[in-house]
Write a protein that binds this ligand. Structure first.
Ligand code: ADP
Length: 544
């Protein structure tokens, strides 16, 4: 017997309509990339955003955009990008948020693979498109996200000025109603090997994810929040924050191109956000800047850290210096992205500070809607004892079941997604990410976590960045090598680093060698790119 309830579709347009009627005056503040790019702060309200979303939707219909057409963006976190989130998906077209940090050949690949019809582009990224224009001939035109006064000289063909397009369009629109399972947005993984893979989110998955995400058991976003998403809108929809903001009417602060410590602090001081979201590298820059100027982040209550593991030193610094709680979260592009969050609990109140900091290094418990398990190579479930390792599998209503236009099902097992991560789960269902399965170091039949080693090393004040890779070893199969960037003036030696690590890691985890490097390679989402390093250093220990 079926229930008797209405089944109105969960649509992204419903979010912006709700925002306009229930929280019309909630503020959206953006740093723009026009003029000097630093002091150019734009502010308006949810009501304005809703009106302009309808204008951009009408303008797109005027340009011939149809449901399911892919419309791309190459843009920072700002109010125009926010409007496009609703205007494009609202008419049933698919918003393809392109990561500008991809290599040019990857940009060409994904634009052609997605068959993007139009690309909306911030001024910063116009040269990127000019360079590849000849290879993306399926694109009908480019809409530059600026007003007339700031339109650049460009070699791009079929160029339209965003503000002209908006001002020529009506703000009257009944959002179309359609199946909630329709595609809403498209995001490509950064693809450390092979071509990037497309993840096609639906309206339903996006709304369910946002509903779970705003809960206090996840990110805790409400109408009282002032949220600063430093995580880019081209990286898994800024972890869903634009949708969560429209759902709750929280104030949103968009940093635009200013993601360095000084620019972030300027915005934080002016707008007083209480919730920040981003990857560890961004927070390292901000924390270093705060040390330099000797100030504290007084408005900030919570900092969500995901994308890579949060080191203990960062958890402590936010807590002890800035009185801010680091919510360690884990997820993937394939999961919209939120999987787990490590939020403050009553149990933490009875822990010592040290115990709490230890627990905060774990990635947290699954948010409602996400199921997870760890399995061995035979696919058998492993115990939740906090120490047994296994491949991490997940399932849930905002988790991918197939890549876009791909018949490669190698990541899927009986309705579960293999995350490619190796993890532990403890008695209280806390997830501990040990490593990416391709990065874990297999030494004498036992596993060493490159993440744990890196995070232990980064706790040294003279170390800017650390990267651990497994390389061939005659006796143990693989052993860890530690590559380190030290501060310019530092004379820190490999032996001193080993000494520093000696009481922080198991003895047999000690890296065989420490190598000082000038720079380390990263993926388009800012993660260490280990594949080439592994090739380069493969025989390093054999040739000693
Ligand atoms: P990419 O596009 O680089 O693949 P994703 O955000 O999809 O970006 O990457 C997901 C992966 O990032 C996860 O499978 C995991 O390995 C890693 N990751 C994400 N959050 C964390 C975290 N809190 N701790 C450790 N690893 C993390």
């Amino acid at each position: 017997m079926l229930g008797n309830m209405m089944d109105n579709p969960l649509l992204i347009s419903g979010l912006i309509e709700h925002a306009a009627s229930s929280n019309p005056n909630s503020e959206i503040v953006s740093r723009r990339c026009e003029s000097d790019g630093v002091s150019d702060i734009h502010r308006y309200t949810m009501k304005d955003a809703a009106k302009r979303s309808k204008q951009i939707a009408n303008a797109l219909i005027g340009l011939g955009a149809k449901p399911a057409d892919r419309i791309a963006t190459l843009a920072w976190n700002n109010y125009r990008h926010f409007e496009l989130y609703f205007g494009v998906s609202g008419i049933g077209s698919v918003l393809h948020t392109i990561n500008p940090r991809l290599f040019p050949e990857q940009l060409v690949y994904i634009i052609n693979h997605a068959e993007d019809r139009w690309i909306f582009v911030d001024l910063t990224f116009v040269p990127l498109l000019e360079a590849i224009q000849d290879q993306i001939t399926g694109v009908e035109g480019f809409i530059i996200m600026a007003d007339k006064a700031n339109m650049p000289e460009t070699r791009l063909n079929n160029v339209i000025c965003y503000e002209d397009l908006i001002s020529s369009a009506s703000d009257e629109l009944e959002w179309p109603q359609f199946d909630e399972n329709s595609a809403a947005s498209l995001c490509y993984t950064s693809g450390t090997t092979g071509n990037p893979k497309g993840v096609l989110y639906s309206h339903r998955s996006t709304l369910l994810h946002a509903m779970s995400e705003i809960s206090r058991e996840a990110l805790g976003i409400s109408g009282l929040s002032c949220v600063l998403p430093v995580v880019p809108m081209f990286h898994v929809n800024a972890w869903g924050v634009p949708y969560a903001g429209a759902m709750t009417g929280s104030k949103l602060v968009f940093p635009g191109p200013g993601m360095d410590g000084a620019s972030l602090w300027q915005l934080i001081e002016a707008e007083q956000p209480d919730l920040l979201l981003g990857v560890p590298t961004v927070w390292l820059m901000l924390l270093n800047h705060m040390d330099e100027i000797g100030k504290t982040l007084d408005s900030v209550k919570n900092v969500v850290v995901g994308g890579s593991a949060a080191p203990l030193s960062m958890i402590k610094k936010f807590d002890e210096v800035h009185d801010a709680f680091l919510i360690h979260a884990w997820g993937m592009t394939e999961m919209s992205p939120l999987g787990t969050a490590n939020v403050k609990t009553a149990a933490m109140d009875s822990m010592t500070t040290e115990q709490r900091h230890q627990l905060q290094q774990k990635q947290g418990r699954p948010v409602f809607g996400v199921e997870m398990k760890i399995v061995d190579d035979n696919g058998d479930s492993q115990p939740h004892d906090g120490s047994t390792y296994g491949r991490l599998l997940v399932r849930g209503p905002w988790i991918i079941k197939q890549y876009y236009k791909s018949d490669d099902m190698s990541s899927f097992e009986n309705g579960w997604l293999d995350t490619g991560d190796v993890a532990t789960i403890d008695e209280n269902n806390y997830l501990g990410i040990v490593d990416r399965s391709k990065d874990v170091i297999k030494s004498g039949g036992e596993w060493i976590s490159s993440i744990d080693l890196e995070n232990a090393a980064i706790g040294h004040a003279d170390i800017i960045e650390a990267c651990v890779i497994g390389v061939a070893h005659e006796k143990w199969d693989e052993r860890p090598l530690l590559l380190v960037i030290r501060k310019p003036e530092s004379t820190l030696s490999g032996e001193e680093i080993k000494q520093f690590l000696s009481d922080k890691i198991a003895k047999w985890w000690m890296p065989d060698e420490v190598i000082f490097v000038e720079s380390l390679p990263h993926t388009a989402t800012g993660k260490l790119l280990k594949i080439n390093l592994r090739k380069e250093y493969q025989d390093y220990l054999l040739n000693r």
